[in-house]
Design a protein around this ligand. Structure first.
Ligand code: ADP
Ligand code: MG
Length: 702
């Protein structure tokens, strides 16, 4: 690639003067020739087919007609605007055409004896078909031949359009830009890759992405450019990861003490699943490797991540280190604290809980115990990462439910020890592996792809208000059998008055329908004090209450195996992964469990997909993929990763195969030539540096 040429200011392109140049920079962030060429069409219109007027409907998209004009005249609209109206006709009928702008040009251009190709979107006006400002082209051999078969459509803005840079205008300067790079746009991908993946030459790819001569040309160009884009993204991810691995020395866990062993032999409540064993091996190998562990543990809800966490913690304690575990909510932190203290009962390991509502005196005590190393495991919320919390020798930090935490928080944990502790991030929002490896480029990925034995998939049903009475009967029946029930209301924003109102009404209705003393109801929502929440939660956990009415605060982690029904009100308002999380609260015991999605009668098409998906499958990975396609990757990760959002042509959600291929290629390149010194890799290296230098976000991925 010719880098000087690539970074030439756009004014260098024929047709771009100072005014257009300024606007292109301001409006579309296009500064250089390279930027311009990367302003890819967002769609193409097929200019190979022609329509006859008789067959056109006002509901059609863009159509193309050959015909002549008659009755062209200047006139004024009702509001007094000057305009030209006329009739365009072919052998089968006629349509009205109207212009409000460029009247003189139109008058000069159109000759009644000549044939034209008219292109535009039909409308219906006073029951006649009409076109406003259609594109026009004189019909004839020349026009036919010079024309791209698939015409590019570019995004543009009002201000640009005013200077003639509407989609077609951009097409024109694009043509000029392409003229500039002819025979100068060198290959930047390693030759062995081009060969292996049959990639077309770079220059041709740019020609064809803008002006494809056929669908297959377009496909080849797309693949080539997506591959290139993702390959350089992967280079940055892979190199960063490899370098971090090399540079960050890790604590080496030896087995001074025998806690893990004695827990395993005496206290382990059940046999580990094969997936749990595999993951624990991966973790063990990390913490004894001499490098710092940075591992993402993905596992569907209920797959038993907590136990993996506990066993990893014991590895740290065996080596004489402290461990901490951070959860996104107080309820969840408390639950982890209880589970872990119970499991460790009788062992000389000290566990404490630290949250926002921990009293000052207790907090002081915890701080002291941490510093003199009499506290081994600290569990809590983000209160853990506050600066006042100082460990004596933190060896392992676990973050549960990653999607609520950002990269910055992870970095804070790093700093809790002189030599950074090993980090294990656990998430129940599984994302496709290739995507995980890209988004969490600095993390290794482990997957628990197996649920503990005996789990029955949760039967999921979709109902509307019409089935309310039947639902009540069903719930009463389950409760009679001794089971417990969740009823969840959407309260996305805890401050939303309407939501709160709905919740209050819902509670009132439930108290009526499920009256005391036969039925006891717990209520938990985000506006309550942490202690009250915990109290209500405990009543439900202990089985004192049969119904738990909650907002989405129970979304993560709560474990009540006796609960068999999850009712989700206004289910259409929840995201797919949230619905799946909620459903994961039931189906934890031996009894058959149910998830009932209650919605209004009308659903948006996306809402329908979400509900249907839930009814169809229990597989978290499948659900995550659909969620990803519905929402796009940015949303899913919680933290926006700018580099990933900056992709111009590839899409991490829909181009997973290319992501995978380009990643393997980048790893291969690293293994082959980590310093990129081989002559055949010089262009690749230069281009990568060019991306860095031009401040592209590629390099900024965490
Ligand atoms: P999650 O991965 O969603 O955090 P948990 O760790 O809460 O899942 O585990 C869900 C339930 O499965 C808990 O009740 C836990 O005790 C149980 N469990 C975990 N591992 C096993 C196993 N190997 N065999 C049987 N039950 C298990
Ligand atoms: Mg969990």
């Amino acid at each position: 690639m010719n880098f000087d040429l690539a970074s030439t200011p756009i004014e260098y392109v024929k047709g771009v003067g100072p005014k257009r140049g300024e606007l292109l920079r301001k409006e579309l962030n296009i500064h250089t020739l390279d930027d311009l060429l990367r302003h890819f069409p967002f769609r193409y219109v097929d200019r190979t087919t022609f329509h006859t007027i008789v067959k056109i409907r006002s509901t059609d998209a863009d159509v193309q007609i050959i015909g002549k004009f008659k009755n062209l005249q200047e006139s004024r609209s009702k509001s007094g605007r000057r305009m030209i109206i006329g009739t365009f006709f072919d052998d089968t009928g006629e349509v009205d055409v109207v212009w409000f702008q460029g009247l003189k040009l139109i008058k000069d251009f159109i000759k009644p004896e000549k044939k034209y190709i008219l292109f535009g979107k039909p409308n219906s006006f006073s029951r006649r078909l009409s076109f406003a400002h259609p594109e026009l082209e004189e019909y004839g051999q020349d026009a036919e031949q010079g024309r791209a078969v698939l015409q590019p459509v570019y995004s543009t803005t009002e201000k640009l359009t005013a200077t003639g840079l509407h989609s077609k205008g951009i097409g024109k300067i694009m043509q000029n830009a392409l003229d500039l790079i002819r025979n100068k746009w060198n290959e930047i991908l390693p030759p062995e890759l081009c060969k292996k993946f049959n990639l077309i030459h770079r220059e041709m790819a740019f020609q064809h992405i803008h002006f494809p001569k056929s669908e297959s040309d377009l496909e080849d160009a797309r693949f080539r450019l997506k591959f290139e884009e993702l390959f350089f993204l992967q280079i940055s991810v892979v190199w960063q990861k490899m370098l971090a691995q090399k540079n960050t020395k890790g604590l080496v866990f030896d087995q001074k003490h025998g806690f893990l062993r004695s827990f395993y032999l005496e206290k382990l409540p059940f046999k580990l699943t094969n997936a749990q064993i595999r993951v624990l091996r991966e973790i063990r190998s990390d913490v004894t490797s001499g490098y710092q562990m940075n591992r993402l543990l993905q596992g569907d809800v209920g797959s038993g991540k907590t136990l993996v966490a506990l066993l990893s913690i014991l590895m740290a304690i065996d080596a004489g280190y402290q461990a901490c575990m951070m959860a996104p909510t107080e309820i969840l932190a408390r639950q982890h604290y209880q589970t872990i203290s119970q499991m460790l009962y009788g062992m000389p390991v000290v566990v404490r809980l630290l949250t926002g509502s921990t009293k000052t005196s207790e907090r002081r005590e915890i701080h002291k115990m941490l510093e003199n190393n009499t506290l081994h495991i600290l569990i809590g919320t983000h209160a853990l990462i506050e600066d006042t919390v100082v460990f004596k020798n933190l060896g392992l930090a676990i973050i549960d439910e990653q999607h609520r935490f950002g990269v910055e928080q992870r970095a804070k944990l790093w700093k809790k020890n002189v030599r950074p502790p090993h980090i294990l991030v656990m998430t129940a929002t599984p994302i496709p592996r290739t995507l995980a490896m890209t988004v969490y480029g600095d993390l290794d990925v482990s997957v628990i792809d197996e649920l503990p034995p005996g789990r029955k998939p949760v039967a999921t049903y979709h109902i509307t208000e019409a089935h309310r009475l039947r639902l009540n009967g069903f719930l009463k029946n389950e409760i009679k059998k001794g089971r417990q029930v969740y009823i969840v209301y959407p309260l996305i924003e805890e401050s939303e008055k309407l939501d709160l109102l709905a919740l209050e009404k819902g509670i009132e209705y439930l108290q009526h329908t499920f009256p005391l003393p036969d039925y006891q109801i717990s209520v938990v929502h985000g506006r309550m004090h942490a202690e009250d929440k915990a109290f209500e939660m405990q009543r439900f956990v202990k089985g004192i209450t049969q119904i738990m009415v909650a907002t989405s605060v129970i979304e993560v982690g709560v474990d009540v195996p006796n609960a068999t029904v999850m009712v989700i009100e206004n289910a259409e308002r929840f995201g797919l992964s949230q619905l799946h999380q909620l459903r994961g609260r039931v189906g934890r015991g031996a009894e058959k469990s149910y998830c009932i999605l209650v919605t209004g009668d009308k659903l948006t098409s996306e809402g329908k997909i979400r509900i249907d998906t839930m009814c169809r499958t229990n597989n978290g990975f499948e659900i995550a993929e659909i969620d990803l396609k519905l929402r796009g990757p940015g949303d899913l990760m919680g933290t926006r990763q700018s580099g990933l959002m900056n992709l111009k042509i590839a899409n991490l959600a829909t181009d997973q195969l290319v992501v995978q291929q380009s990643r393997e290629a980048a790893i291969h390149l690293y293994e082959n030539d980590p310093e990129l010194v081989k002559p055949e890799h010089q262009q690749t290296k230069l281009y990568y540096q060019y991306l860095y230098a031009s401040g592209s976000n590629y390099a900024k991925i965490s």
